[in-house]
Design a protein around this ligand. Structure first.
Ligand SMILES: CC(=O)N[C@H]1[C@@H](OP(=O)(O)OP(=O)(O)OC[C@H]2O[C@@H](n3ccc(=O)[nH]c3=O)[C@H](O)[C@@H]2O)O[C@H](CO)[C@@H](O)[C@@H]1O
Ligand SMILES: C=C(OP(=O)(O)O)C(=O)O
Length: 422
């Protein structure tokens, strides 16, 4: 059992290094398995639990994978791919397992999915993925607990996503990349991570156009090469560290953070009183005035990222006045509210909206992370609270943030990670 212990009160000051993006590296590991020859090298890999699970899963399906933690580098040789089974005990522990399906289909003719994990955020359907594979010519058997996808070769088609699914777009691009003929994906996701994956696939030899327009065309090719690629910075990690400065009234330099990727998150934080200054590849963030309340409506990119909805809820607790937060992507992403209320917050949730009445002083206590982002939001609450906040289950935080305690400590925060038997 991993727990985080946070003692609040220190304004954060100093320099933090922003990790590589979780939601880019996972599809890239899936993409690396498409190459039948050679070794793929991924750099700026975040050392997080989801990457460790992806490495285990890639090894289980037969790839040779080395994770060089100190160098933040993954080396993947997928020439030995041998098993189409994504076993439940690994695949259920992270969402990225779903991104292995296109490679197994192309390389082995089938994928047997015993489970898919990820944050518990309400319904997380995969119908666009399976409908897409079927439109490309695959046979999909959806059993009660196991899904079997088979194909003797995919053929291009026009696909339409009802909503621009992030992993759905990545999976259908990968499925089309080695298919026969042309595939068009309408209403495709625009997230920067999707564009980074397209950049890697293009370097591998895929023919993809229209990335970032919502209308993607893929011309199938015969084979893809192993390449070297540097994972983009994690805009969610950057957003969290910016908010850590915001909740403590601190001043931090974020190395590698890309202000453009923060998009509307930046504008919302500015409205709250946070200042940003872009110094090339280093982003300066500070907050030296009272926080103002905010309205946030989450949306697909370039809207406000749902993954930063929980962290900004913590910031809103410290703002003078009522903030309004409306969640549009997931139907179960407010488990954080009752945990923050235990710490003294005043948050009322009605269906997919929350009203946060601030400013309420927060007091440390034992709280529970229900998912990755509610976990990191509780760390932020702990930084601003009086006394000690103890957050379990820390594994969920470790799924997406690398060396969190060390990076927070470098900014003067009192954050410790502990492992205990229970
Ligand atoms: C590993 C990864 O990249 N995870 C990210 C990805 O998750 P993920 O790719 O799972 O999220 P999606 O964009 O697919 O899902 C968004 C919404 O669309 C619905 N939907 C999705 C697919 C589908 O086939 N049918 C369907 O109805 C889902 O139920 C959900 O309500 O995007 C989410 C939304 O930005 C982020 O919170 C996650 O961090
Ligand atoms: C929802 C998230 O991740 P996943 O899709 O991997 O569960 C997240 O990163 O907040």
């Amino acid at each position: 059992m991993v727990r985080y212990r946070v003692r609040g009160g220190n304004p954060l000051r100093g320099t933090a290094f922003i990790q590589g993006a979780k939601n880019a590296v996972l599809p890239m590991i899936g993409a690396a398995l498409l190459a039948a020859r050679g070794r793929t090298v991924l750099r700026n890999v975040p050392i997080i639990e989801d990457v460790r699970r992806a490495v285990e899963l890639a090894q289980t399906v037969g790839a040779t994978v080395e994770l060089h933690e100190a160098e933040r580098t993954l080396v993947i040789d997928a020439s030995t791919l041998s098993s189409p089974v994504l076993p439940a005990e690994i695949a259920r522990r992270f969402r990225g397992s779903v991104l292995f399906v296109p490679a197994l289909l192309h390389r082995l003719g089938e994928a047997i999915i015993e489970g898919v994990g990820g944050c518990n955020l309400g319904s997380r359907n995969l119908d666009f993925h399976y409908l897409g594979y079927k439109r490309l010519g695959a046979i999909v058997d959806e059993g009660d607990s196991v899904i079997h996808v088979k194909s003797a070769g995919l053929t291009g088609a026009t696909l339409y996503l009802d909503t621009p699914s992030h992993t759905g777009t990545e999976n259908l691009i990968m499925a089309a990349a080695l298919g026969r003929g042309t595939t068009v994906i309408e209403n495709a996701a625009l997230e920067p991570e999707v564009l980074d994956v397209i950049e890697m696939l293009t370097r591998m030899g895929a023919k993809i156009s229209g990335g970032g327009t919502g209308f993607i065309t893929v011309e199938g090719v015969e084979e893809l090469q192993a390449v070297e690629h540097t994972v983009m910075p994690d805009r969610l990690d950057a957003g969290v560290f910016a908010m850590a400065a915001a909740v403590t009234g601190g001043e931090v330099n974020l190395v590698g953070a890309d202000l453009d990727h923060l998009g509307v998150v930046r504008y919302k934080l500015e409205q709250m009183g946070v200042e940003f200054a872009d110094h090339g590849a280093v982003l300066h963030v500070r907050r030296d005035r009272p926080l103002r309340p905010i309205n946030v409506i989450t949306d697909t990119y370039p809207g406000f990222a749902t993954d930063l909805q929980s962290p900004i809820m913590t910031v809103a607790c410290l703002a003078d006045g009522a903030s309004y937060i409306h969640e549009r992507i997931f139907d179960g992403r407010f488990a954080l509210a009752s945990e923050l209320n235990k710490m003294g917050a005043d948050i009322e949730v009605k269906e997919n909206s929350a009203v946060v009445r601030g400013a309420t002083p927060l007091t440390g206590t034992e709280v529970t992370a229900h998912d990755l982002r509610s976990g990191i939001a509780l760390v932020l609450a702990g930084l601003a609270a009086e006394g000690e906040t103890v957050i379990g289950s820390g594994y969920l935080i470790d799924r997406g943030h690398s060396y969190l305690a060390e990076r927070m400590q470098a900014l003067g925060a009192d954050v410790r990670r502990e492992i205990s038997a229970s």
